[in-house]
Design a binder for this molecule. Sequence first.
Ligand code: AMP
Length: 385
Amino acid sequence: MSLTTLAPGATIGIIGGGQLGRMSAMAAARLGYHVHVLSAEPDPPAQDTAHRVTIGAYDDEAVLRAFAQSVSAITFEFENISASGLDLLASLCPVHPAGSILAISQDRILEKSFLGDHDIPVADWVSVPDRDALPEAVASLGFPFILKTTRFGYDGKGQFRIADQEAIDALAAHLPYPLIAEGFVDFERELSVMVARNEAGEIRCFSTTENQHRDGILDYSLAPARIPVALAEEAQRLAAHIATTIGLVGIMGVEMFVSARGALLVNEIAPRPHNSGHWTMDACLIDQFEMHIRAVAGLPLPDPFRHSDAAMKNLIGFEGVGLCDAVLAQPGLALHLYGKHETRAGRKMGHVNALFPLGALPGPYGIAARFDQALKPALEIAQEP
Ligand code: AMP
């Protein structure tokens, strides 16, 4: 098989016009590429940074055909594209990562099955196609457990924590089947690894990252994670193993739990740039977006060269927008805004990165001390357990 490398001046197509597309387009421009974004929403955040934007439906055959014919390779920042749409695109133009990978990540049951089939540890789970399957979930998982929609869930949406039989009796008739039931992981912390792989099989992992969520949405990330080196390396090995076995070309976020007993369990994979990799924009010579574009364009994947430890704080909704002036006024913080015109509760409006000398990521108080009084209340960094 001959490997294709895109020459500078080539156009990369990105499906989805959100902040991940916006920041991917910036990285592509740095490498001399043009970007053509396809967005279903008008006024997408990526319109400020892309060379060209088409507003059109992801299932409109004519739109997809014209889009594929205008670019040299296609990638996506948005996971809910139909399999038939991706097949059509792939018949006209290289698509990275492949549609088969997206199909796995789109469906929690396919995802858990794929991971289990390749000896990747995951939480116990049971398929719940309809309410008749709920007793089996109770019998095999016990209380509490979590029900999740098999498709289209994100940022904790489509999840139901089931504490006891009363909760099932109250919800069973109203749940959006098909679902997956997952054993509740009493995790010690959450981690993620961003892993990139190109067609030549080169693989790079960014430092294992520690993530804290609030209301189901990523609140902040710390890199490197405050865990033993051996566990951080094990997380990277798992991510690299998934990237190889799934045939990844591009970048992928692998989300994991550290169980109470210190074991790693993979929660989900996202074959695209990922919010928990935003710290790389200021703490690495080559960030997650450039690594992704390099992989898609068939370029070499060098060591990303992390020169600093980092804390990334998401700016979410009105509270996040309200922090911007304080972030701008404070030295040592890098502000990234996504150009979204409308602020809504729970909407990711931007993020802020703080850097620390290598090996000197301080404890929670030290990190908070880096942010001024206005920011501290929003920075509830978890204490060491
Ligand atoms: P997900 O949509 O699967 O990424 O889940 C969103 C968040 O819900 C995760 O980051 C965890 O904080 C929590 N969560 C998901 N699955 C589980 C589980 N099986 N046990 C405990 N917490 C979970």
